[in-house]
Every structure is written in C-alpha cells, then in structure tokens.
Write a protein that binds this ligand. Structure first.
Ligand code: XMP
Length: 517
C-alpha cells in the first residue's frame, strides 16, 4: 500500500495511476487528513504530490511529522520535494528563474531511484513546473540530478530512503517517469505488485455499499462505456436498489439504444427504463443552429425528462431516490483545467447533466472518479461486459446533434446515422477500430453538385473524422491510407441517399477539437 498525500496538484491522480500500473494499491488523500490516513493505512511508503502553493507562504501545507518519524520511504514531487526538504531542515528559496515545461536534467550521482533507467553523467528530458527551489539540502541528502535552473533537481537520502524530484515524473512529458516511479514503488518501497482490477472492484463495491446504505440510486445510461460500467458495478454492489434510465433523444448512433437495452435487460437483468423522447428533443431543436444553444437545450430537456421519470420511479417504489450515479472519469474532473497553467476557459460545456444533482437534490455516486478511460475498460472486462461494448469509441452526450453543424432535423440524423454506420463498419473490417480513439461522420450544412449515372445531384457533403488520442485532451488525425478513404467514400455516396461528396478532416487538437461543435 502506498499513501499519496495531495497538496493540490492537477496531476496528483496521475501519480495514483502510475502506482496502480505497478500493481500496487494506493490512496490519494488531501494533506489535511494525511495524518489520520497514515495511521489507518500503515502504508509501506508515502508519495508527496506537487501543489500550487509555495512553501514560503504563511501556513504553507506540510506533510504530517509522523511520516518522517515512522521511517517509511518517502518520494516528494515538486512541492512535495520542497516541503520535505524544508521540514527536514533544508532551505527553499523563491527561484530567480522559473522553469515551466520541457527541461533537461543531468544525473550527477548513482541512486536506487535511477537504477536501470538513468545512467550517471547522461542528460534526460523532464517536465518542470515550479518557481521555488531547494537551495540547501537537509542533512543526509545529496544531489542526484541537476538542471540548469534547479541545481537540486533530484535529491536523495539513500540511508533513510527519502527522495525528492523537482520535476513531474508522473506526466508523460517526462518519458522515463513511470520507470522511476516503478523503482520507488518496487525496489525502494518493496511493494510486490499483486494488486489488480479485481481488487479495485471489490474495494469499489464496499465503498458504494458504505455510501448508499439502503438508499435508492438512479443512473442515467448514455449508451457509452463509462455509464454502463458504473451501472454494472453499482448493481453488483446494491442490486435492485439501482434503477437505470436511458433517455433516448433520437440522437444516438444506429442500433445503439437497442444494444444498451438488450445488454442491461437481457444479459444483466438490471432494471432499465427506456424513455423514447426523440420527438420532444427534435421539436425543441428545430430552427436552432448555435452549438452552445443546442447543448443547452439538450442538457435542459434531458434533466426535465429524467426528473419526470425519477418521480414516476419514486411513486412506484414508495420513496424518492437519494443518489444519482454518474460515470465521471478523472479526465472529466480536470478536463477544463490546463496543465500548463493557463486560465481555464469554457471551450465547450461538456457536462450535459451537470445541473441534475442540484435540481433533484441528489447526492452523487461516482465510482469511476479516480480512473482513466483504459482503466474503466479493464474494469468493464472484469465485470464481464462484452469486449465489443467496452472497446467502443467515446460518444458525446448531445450525440449526433453536435455532428450536424447547423440545424438538426430527423432527416439529417437519419442520413448521418447511415453514413456513420458504413464508416465504422469499414474501419472494423480493416481491423483499425481499436487503433483509433474516436471515428465518426459529420454531416455538413453544405450541398454540392455531383453527377450520378446521367443525372445531376445536389446533395449534402460529409466529413469523416478519426483521431488518435491518449485521453481526449489532445489528439491527432488518423493517417488512413488513401485506398481506404476512397473505399469509404464510394460506399457512402453509393449507399446513402442524400450525400454526394465525402471529405476527410486532417486537423489535430489543438488547434481543432475532436468534435466539430
Ligand atoms: P472535444 O470535441 O472537446 O472533445 O475535443 C473531447 C472529448 O469529449 C467529447 N465531447 C463531449 N462529451 N458532452 C459529452 O459528454 C459533450 O457536450 C461533449 N463534447 C465533446 C468528445 O466526443 C471527445 O471524446
């Protein structure tokens, strides 16, 4: 077990993720409750996260003394390094040179932390983000790596097993970071790495039971992987205290609603209410072409419909539900906050059900909050969800509405659904589906002239989109070969009445976004 003390860094969960990847259980706790957690968990080692404060501030947060008194190995990252250095008698000063982003460190001494990863005298890329720096080491410490602006970029007291790094080794921009964390977790802390997704599942089930008690839980299924995994997990924890609701807004992909309904009702025997609300949604969307407006309408209607359904469920179960289950993932939690420190602005109002808990006075159950997409998939496999379902690409809450720039109509949705089904079918047949983060068709509000047979056509243009991504926050277009694109184009134009021209979107994110709206 490893305790991760959170000083408020935006990437603390990435540390937890790296530790999980080593097959070791960890808990992230805010620094305020770290002493209590340390006593309860009796961890084999502690990692102190980065954070936005300066150790020079009045009342700067500290790591509990007990940690240093206990003799367990400690790894301090960024702020964590500074507070450790200071608490053990070193000196930290405001750096004259702030370092943000890519930097290089040179290894100046051997250390168990670097074993088999970094060699003495060599330079390695790392990701820095700090203003202060350690200027005098506590007793027993030596410098093990230095950068131009941080002479104490990595420090160690090999006897007491204390390590501090000024750079963020949990982010992918520090390419060897995961292996350094492995050294800490395996070699320094001596953890064995036998913790698995199945253990996560057991722990999550216990947490859900403890939170929910005898209460009733509602879960809005979107058709996506996250809400489905959350629902199945919660059902394993509390059985029929859970009711799932699928609000079918008519903006789903072909066959999607049926797939979800069958999976839940037939395969899992989980109570599911299927609300058909296509007319309502398309009615309210008529004449609306502004993307944010569309999102707001869909989000608002979703809440209305869901609320009405909840009242019916309450009436038939003799009591209002107290909890709302959501498949919120960790990237959703940090989505709008940029790691490089810029101010966060609303690019798109993603959280289409955000208003739900407040309006209905529901408490949230979010069992996937610590996980990343690929971990949710692993958990889904653990829960026995079919591979084809788990591996599905993400799909936005507002559905096809944001893939029809301009006004959304039933006719356009039908055309889009057909084209999308062909595109995905070809991608699957070519064996590329799992290499791609997300692939879909966008139906453009543009008509073009074409010729088919001997006749003139004047039909819609569509754009194919396919991107690779690790987390949806940045993305690159997928480099299909031209033959493949040609084949998809031919099939769409031949088989879908209403489209006579196909284009391929080759924009990365940034500067584009994955969706067009
Ligand atoms: P963008 O288009 O912002 O998308 O690059 C990043 C990821 O988020 C999904 N997305 C949404 N998901 N409601 C959602 O639930 C939304 O309004 C929404 N907009 C975008 C998108 O599909 C991609 O996976």
């Amino acid at each position: 077990k490893i305790l991760i003390v959170d000083f408020g860094s935006q990437v603390t969960q990435l540390i937890a993720r790296r530790v999980r990847e080593e097959g070791v259980y960890s808990e992230v706790v805010p620094f305020q409750s770290a002493a209590e957690a340390f006593a309860r968990m009796q961890p084999k080692a502690v990692i102190l996260s980065g954070g936005p404060c300066s150790v020079l501030d009045d009342n700067a947060p500290e790591a509990p003394r007990e940690i240093f008194e206990s003799g367990v190995p400690v790894l301090g990252i960024c702020y964590g390094e500074q507070t450790m250095a200071r608490q053990l008698g070193g000196v930290v000063e405001g750096g004259h040179h702030r370092e943000f982003g890519r930097a290089e460190v040179e290894v100046v001494a051997d250390s168990v932390l670097f074993d088999g990863v970094w060699g003495l005298g060599n330079r390695y890329p790392v990701w820095m983000s700090h203003g202060d720096r350690v200027t005098r080491l506590p007793e027993g410490f030596q410098v093990i790596a230095a950068s131009e602006n941080a002479p104490h970029a990595a420090i160690a007291d090999e006897t007491r097993h204390y390590y501090g790094v000024q750079f963020h080794l949990e982010v992918i921009h520090t390419p060897d970071g995961a292996r350094l964390i492995r050294n800490f977790v395996r070699r320094i802390a001596g953890c064995t790495g036998d913790w698995t997704m199945s253990a996560f599942r057991e722990e999550a089930i216990a947490r859900i039971r403890a939170q929910v008690g005898q209460g009733r839980v509602l879960c809005a299924l979107s058709g996506g992987v996250d809400s489905a995994v959350a629902a199945v997990l919660i059902h394993q924890a509390i059985g029929d205290q859970l009711t799932c609701v699928l609000v079918d807004h008519g903006l789903m992909r072909m066959g999607e609603a049926d797939w979800v309904v069958n999976l839940f009702r037939e395969h899992y025997n989980i109570p599911l209410v299927h609300v058909q609300a296509e007319e309502l949604f398309l009615g309210k969307l008529a004449g609306v072409s502004d993307p944010e407006q569309k999102r707001k309408i869909i989000g608002g209607l979703f809440i209305d419909v869901f609320d009405a359904e909840a009242k019916k469920i309450a009436a038939s179960h003799g009591g209002a539900p107290e909890f709302l289950a959501q498949g919120t993932l960790y990237p959703d939690v940090i989505e709008s906050v940029s790691f490089t420190g810029g101010p966060s602005v609303t690019i798109k109002s993603h959280h289409n059900v955000g208003g739900l808990p407040a309006r209905m006075n529901l408490k949230l159950v979010e069992p996937l909050r610590e996980l990343f997409k690929d971990e949710v998939r692993a958990l889904g496999r653990e829960l026995g969800l079919p591979d084809a379902f788990i591996g599905r690409h993400p799909f936005p809450g507002p559905g096809l509405a944001i893939r029809c720039p301009g006004e959304v109509t039933r006719e356009k949705c039908d055309i889009l659904r057909q084209a999308d089904a062909i595109y995905i079918d070809e991608i699957r047949k070519a064996g590329l589906y799992d290499d791609i983060w997300q692939a879909f068709v966008v139906l453009l509000p543009v008509r073009s002239v074409g010729v088919m047979g001997d006749g003139r056509t004047y039909d819609y243009v569509c754009a194919l989109r396919a991107v690779t991504s690790v987390d949806g926050m940045t993305a690159d277009f997928y480099p299909f070969d031209m033959k493949f694109l040609g084949q998809v184009s031919t099939r769409i134009v031949n088989e879908v009445k209403g489209i006579n021209r196909v284009t391929y979107d080759i924009t990365a994110k940034p500067p584009g976004t994955i969706e067009w709206e």
